[in-house]
Write a protein that binds this ligand. Structure first.
Ligand code: LLP
Length: 442
């Protein structure tokens, strides 16, 4: 059975009676007109389907806690949908914590990650009652203990470790290999545990955590990861007389950005993880532990698309044809950063023959601002609306105001209804943090 992360487009995508593409029952040409472009569109049905995929796939294992990785996309409306789907949240900053807190999320369902959490962020997490903190390094253990003792609180932690697993993804999004900025090396775990047990009395260690990378298409790496985590958990328990029973396997399951991508189904990954959990728990003589997962991309990527309006074009003599759109690297930095590839269609011409191979350029003053190299599209012209698929993850969350442009709006579509969930920034928003020293004023 395939799962939602294997779909190139939101599940409700179809061509309507006007011959235009619609998502969530909303004609995309109408959305572009109503809300302007660039526009992020999120399909609620697809989001809820992915959540169900995860719940079903892991239902065979009793103790699972799904923690959506907010870094993929963090807005209050999305938090409420995921909360309704009984997901918890992985966060990495005060901003993400604050977003969830203001949305009314129960903070005990939140897990705080990151390799350099600040004093203020850790204090905020303790004050608001964040459920778990994944401690990343020795500096943080000492800092967290100091803050917790000043609040006269004890806090539950996991130890983030680097299991030494290389997965075949872009170098910038690999995290579990040995030479990584994240987490304790396996050889440092004992020192960390000894400090916690003997000195850091305000820290309660609950288990260990790893995240091996992102946009992963292999499944065997998850088996390797689980084996290492369970083995370490059993070893620590035995050596220090503890009864840790939590492992966090991170996120990473890939999605289908183009026809050439073949990510595994969530079921396939779940099968590997569950069977490895059971066999290795038996092998190392412990009860199968509570499993935390932190999927980000695979939860939200497929549900999101970005609409752009086509503007200028350029035919290089004997070379490429460029079509420029009204967005680009500021709303989607992934092609420029990771050579990421995307698929797109012209919303108002979905059935026309794709006779042209073109390059879709962004509007930013940077030669590298190319959204899609060499895609087949129908004859396009100024004013056409282009829909780029699979932009739900790591687009808005990585967006910038480069060239002093406003970040786009985001709408949530469902059952033919569309609602703004993030306002388009205004020109006044752009200058709202500027200050002019008196001496420069006349
Ligand atoms: N947990 C931890 C500790 C992580 O560092 C990450 C992602 C996740 C979970 C979620 O991983 P996912 O399921 O989304 O693969 N900006 C890059 C991706 C960076 C991922 C960083 N960590 C991109 O656009 O491809």
């Amino acid at each position: 059975m395939s799962t939602t992360n294997q779909s190139l487009k939101p599940l409700t995508t179809k061509i309507n009676e006007n011959g235009n593409i619609e998502i969530g029952g909303c004609d995309l040409t109408v959305l572009a007109q109503k809300y302007d472009t660039p526009l992020y569109v999120l399909d609620e049905f697809t989001i809820r389907n992915v959540c169900n995929d995860y719940k079903k796939a892991f239902s065979a294992y009793k103790n699972v806690k799904m923690m959506y990785a907010s870094k993929a996309l963090c807005t209050q409306a999305l938090a409420l949908i995921l909360d309704d789907e009984e997901f918890g949240f992985d966060v990495v900053s005060a901003g993400e914590i604050y977003t969830l807190y203001k949305a009314g999320i129960d903070m005990s369902k939140v897990l705080f990650n990151g390799n350099n959490k600040s004093y203020d962020e850790l204090s905020m997490a303790l004050e608001l009652g964040v459920g778990r903190i994944s401690a990343d390094n020795f500096f943080e253990l000492a800092l967290l203990n100091e803050i917790a003792s000043s609040y006269k609180k004890n806090t539950d932690i996991l130890l983030r470790v680097t299991p030494g697993i290389e997965c075949h993804t872009h170098e910038y999004i690999q995290t579990g290999h040995l030479d990584s900025k994240f987490g304790f090396d396996l050889t440092q775990i004992d020192d960390a545990v000894e400090l916690i047990v003997n000195e850091y009395k305000n820290l309660n260690i609950r288990g260990i955590h790893a995240h091996i990378g992102s946009q992963i298409f292999e499944t065997a790496v998850y088996s390797d990861e689980i084996e290492i985590l369970v083995k370490e958990l059993a070893r620590i328990n035995e050596k220090y007389g503890l009864s840790l029973n939590e492992i966090n396997a991170g996120g990473g399951i890939g999605v289908k950005y183009t026809q050439n991508d073949n990510p595994p189904s969530v079921d396939e990954v779940a099968g590997k993880i569950i069977s490895k959990l059971e066999t290795s728990a038996k092998k190392y003589g412990i009860e199968p532990p509570i499993l935390y997962l932190e999927p980000g991309r695979s939860i939200i990527s497929t549900a999101g698309v970005t609409l752009y309006t086509v503007g200028s074009s350029k035919q290089v003599p004997k070379g490429r044809t460029y079509f420029a759109v009204d967005g680009g690297m500021a709303d989607n930095p992934r092609p420029a950063m990771y050579q990421a590839e995307y698929y797109a269609e012209v919303v108002n011409k979905p059935l026309q023959e794709k006779t042209k191979t073109v390059t879709v350029a962004g509007r930013y003053c940077e030669s590298g601002d190319i959204l899609i190299h060499n895609i087949n599209l129908p004859e396009i012209e100024e004013g056409d609306i282009l829909c780029v698929y699979n932009t739900g993850a790591y687009n808005y969350s990585m967006a910038s105001n480069y060239n002093r442009t406003q970040k786009p709006a985001m709408v949530l579509v469902n059952n033919s209804q569309s609602d703004i969930i993030v306002n388009r920034e205004t020109l006044d928003d752009l200058i709202s943090h500027d200050k002019i020293p008196d001496r420069l004023k006349n």
